[in-house]
Design a binder for this molecule. Sequence first.
Ligand SMILES: [Zn+2]
Length: 97
Amino acid sequence: MSHVPERSCVGCRVKRPKGDLMRLGVDPEGGVSFDVSGQGLGRGAYLCAGTAVECLALAGRHHGLARSLRLGHGVINYAKLQSQLAQIEETPPSPPR
Ligand SMILES: [Zn+2]
């Protein structure tokens, strides 16, 4: 069996294969965004894809996201991330153009 790269969720800290996680990265403005198109925004952090809302809330509570991205606690706009997440979940994946 080949090795599947695993990453830990910054919320619940469970290790999962990368395919079961959503990636977040530091955007050019220094904020944090979901790396939806896989363009590889700066430093990355991961949240469980199935429970991203809950894990994002957990990450905000214990600052796991800020720590893993090495950002100050005030830098991350969790309200923005929650609404970004809601948008992602509403939008079906589009075929590559
Ligand atoms: Zn999680």
